[in-house]
Design a protein around this ligand. Sequence first.
Ligand SMILES: Cc1cc2nc3c(=O)[nH]c(=O)nc-3n(C[C@H](O)[C@H](O)[C@H](O)COP(=O)(O)OP(=O)(O)OC[C@H]3O[C@@H](n4cnc5c(N)ncnc54)[C@H](O)[C@@H]3O)c2cc1C
Ligand SMILES: Cc1cc2nc3c(=O)[nH]c(=O)nc-3n(C[C@H](O)[C@H](O)[C@H](O)COP(=O)(O)O)c2cc1C
Length: 467
Amino acid sequence: MDLTTYLSGDAWRLWAALSITFAYTLFCYVLFHRARNAGQITVMQQGTGKPVLVVYASQTGQAESIARHTASELSGNGTPVHLSRIDQPWLEDAASASRVFFIVSTAGDGSSPDHALGFVHKQLDKPCAGLQGVRFGLLALGDRNYPDFCAFGRRLDQWLQACGAQPEFSRIEVDKLEGQALAAWNGHLQGFGTKIQAGAPAATEPDDYAEWRLLSRCCLNAGSPGSSMCKVVLQPVSGGLPQWHAGDLADVLIPGGDGKPRSYSISNLPDDNRIELIVRSVVREDGTSGQTSGWLNQHAQPGDALKLRVRSNPGFNLGADLSKPLILIGAGTGIAGLRGHLQARAKAFSASAQPAPEHNTWLLFGERSGRHDRPCHAEIDKWQHTRLLTRLDLSFSRDDPRTPYVQHHLQEHAKELQEWVENGANILVCGCAKTMARSVDQSLRNILGDASVDDLLMSGRMRRDIF
Ligand SMILES: Cc1cc2nc3c(=O)[nH]c(=O)nc-3n(C[C@H](O)[C@H](O)[C@H](O)COP(=O)(O)OP(=O)(O)OC[C@H]3O[C@@H](n4cnc5c(N)ncnc54)[C@H](O)[C@@H]3O)c2cc1C
Ligand SMILES: Cc1cc2nc3c(=O)[nH]c(=O)nc-3n(C[C@H](O)[C@H](O)[C@H](O)COP(=O)(O)O)c2cc1C
């Protein structure tokens, strides 16, 4: 006897309806979890009751680090805590959260961090009904040296309030991670049952600076018309080397300095058992030397100690995915961040025992003089020779009036650039934010169109380490 004859007509209909409802619920559940996993909303702490939601936007990882710290401290009292990047689907969760804490930095020219562009385009220009009555706190990171101080945090705050969200306390703005403002943030969080002590030194993460020493230093641009650029080699005084990925940063505190760390792009991989930085001597407007670059490039002697921590820089990590072509664009000390990625790629190709395919790795690099400013030229020549670099375009502003800067080479090879991007190329940009990165952005927009460049930035196919 088959099932249809076994069940009476009504029972059969009921059974079929229940089965369809069950299958549909299962389907929705799977879709929801897929979306959640794809969006990577992290459940920091499970629990009953309304969750606290922590949302961040971060270019070089500082806001992310404070957000993770905040979320883990909030988890301490058993409240469910969820952590989300601002471009992930947190809006759905906001209405059911007891509080939403935002920690966001401002990036180039007062804009949002790159990964937040999609959120800015989709949300910030129109009100959002789902935020009515949501209670929130906002920490805005910035730097008063930039004309649009904390512009993205301010814009987000305005939008949240225009959507009917209610601030728990006034927006806290932090200038260069200054301690008092961060301590004020901690003070507000105390009201939500965290382990954080009000007024505690508002570290972005546990104090993980260690003592390092200068091993050696060499000048990379003797005779250059620009200020000196040195390779600075550092080793930990004791203990093992921390791990890092291509694209990560070293925060450096020098003895007798102002106590504020300066960040440098790590230019090598941990396999070398040391950190190599490429540092330009900064000359301030009054003619004096920059504090940290001056110490690293001139005053420090081999053996001298400093404090250093390695900081992950998710906005400039790419992994060594050999299946995708890679375009690396930089100028000056921008070679530092690019070199780490090139080393990682060389290592991955050598491990795979596969030769690099055609049209695979393209470096566009700019400096002043071809005679004096060729940092890392021996390695670059080797990579060209071994075909890791399948294409190399060097621009020397003092030598070549036709294509003086990297953006001119981009324009000149616009068609190839389009083809590489159509073939799935990732793009890395490293170096000066005000000059090189701005012009490169403009050229890429001219060649590929605004929508395509925004897509590359939002999807993480284009990543930047600019300063
Ligand atoms: C994410 C990130 C990565 C970085 N990577 C590198 C790197 O790989 N190599 C490197 O050399 N630097 C890098 N920097 C810059 C570095 O952190 C310092 O800002 C730089 O070395 C100046 O610090 P200082 O202590 O020597 O100068 P300070 O004593 O802080 O004086 C700097 C003064 O000079 C001006 N100034 C600051 N920076 C510059 C500049 N670049 N050119 C001209 N004037 C300036 C400012 O007005 C400021 O008042 C990076 C910065 C960031 C944020
Ligand atoms: C290239 C660059 C551009 C920046 N532009 C601004 C700006 O326009 N306004 C501002 O207040 N801060 C600006 N800052 C400072 C950052 O917001 C600040 O360093 C912050 O702590 C970085 O946090 P993050 O690591 O989470 O991105 C800029 C920093 C960099 C490196």
